[in-house]
Ligand binder design. Structure first.
Ligand SMILES: [Zn+2]
Length: 327
């Protein structure tokens, strides 16, 4: 079971509790190990002969849990990634909660992410939160607690999960991704907004390679060695949201440099020279108007609007290539 050093203090608090709440809400940004913490707590709560600080790993309950056949644990998550948890799924959970524990101990429910429940599903869950059933503990995991109904939050013990510091993240990444160089891990962590588990996901998705492809393309675009259409087609494997995040980030860096002239604030090394060049060559109002457009399109991408990907990228690249100069 995964354990993260930055969770150690919080874990000791959980493990040291003589009594447990009926429901916990574990929240914090995606990519810091909340799910692993919830699973570790689930195992501890179900274990028949727990060690001072952890599940034993060898009792009947631990064996059944490891085999995925424990009768008294229930994991509720979207049937497909990024989709909603359906109200029918919550109804099944509710009937599990009212049953008696088959092994005679606790029952533990893990729900992740809680915000993927629509209002009907959330209301169906409320019943289980309002009427605690015997020895059941609910572990709710949320990346965006602000999206939850207040009635859900108020019925849980809310626990913010700690974020690792940069040094701690890099040390952990050193073990998780030993094949990368220190600089590569540092770059990856920046691309993942400082979230170490997200960095591992990005590496698995080939994001560093995609970034190299995009950066090379942007440089060619500005030298007029590649057309917007060629690039838009060549980037077909790069997630649209990631592209908009990067361009948004670069426009921010350009504006920041125009305001501060601070060479330490130019972002990742791969685009520093380009950012500096564009900041020197582009009127500020032009950067601002391109950035407005990028932010607007990014919202549509987030909302999963039906977009023509190639056309959208072409528009982005046409306005980006027109940045330098007064035209
Ligand atoms: Zn055990």
């Amino acid at each position: 079971m995964a354990e993260y050093p930055w969770q150690q203090a919080l874990w000791q608090q959980f493990a040291g509790r003589a009594q447990h709440a009926h429901a916990y809400l574990l929240h914090g940004p995606k990519g810091i190990g909340k799910r692993a913490l919830a699973e570790r707590l689930m195992a501890l709560l179900l274990c028949r002969s727990p060690l001072p600080e952890d599940a034993c790993g060898t009792c009947k309950s631990c064996m059944l849990l490891a085999a995925g056949t424990h009768p008294d644990n229930y994991v509720l998550e979207p049937e497909e990634a990024d989709k909603a948890i359906k109200v029918d799924q919550v109804r099944d959970l509710v009937s599990f909660v009212v049953q008696t524990a088959q092994l005679g101990g606790r029952k533990v429910v893990l729900i992740e992410p809680v915000e993927s429940m629509n209002i009907n599903a959330a209301n169906a869950l409320l019943k289980s939160l309002e009427e605690p059933s015997g020895n059941t503990v609910l572990l709710l995991v949320s990346h965006q607690p602000s999206r939850l109904l207040p009635t859900i939050k108020s019925r849980c013990v809310q626990q913010a999960c700690p974020l690792p510091g940069r040094e701690q993240s890099l040390a952990w990444l050193g073990e998780a991704l030993p094949a990368l160089s220190q600089d590569e891990r540092d770059e990856l962590l920046t691309l993942a907004a400082g979230l170490p588990l997200a960095a591992v996901d990005l590496q698995a998705q080939g994001v560093r390679e995609q970034r190299a492809l995009v950066v090379e393309g942007v440089k060619k675009l500005l030298k007029q060695q590649a057309s917007p259409t060629q690039l838009a087609e060549g980037w077909s494997a790069v997630p649209l949201l990631l592209l908009f995040d990067w361009f948004c980030d670069w426009s921010n860096l350009i504006l920041r440099y125009q305001l501060t002239q601070d060479e330490t604030g130019l972002g990742l090394a791969d685009m520093r020279k380009v950012v500096q060049y564009l900041a020197q060559k582009t009127p500020q109002d032009k950067v601002l108007s391109v950035q407005d457009w990028i932010l607007l399109q990014r919202q549509k991408v987030v909302a999963k609007a039906n977009l023509n990907r190639v056309l959208l990228l072409e528009s982005l690249l046409v306005s980006w290539s027109a940045l330098p100069g007064n035209g």
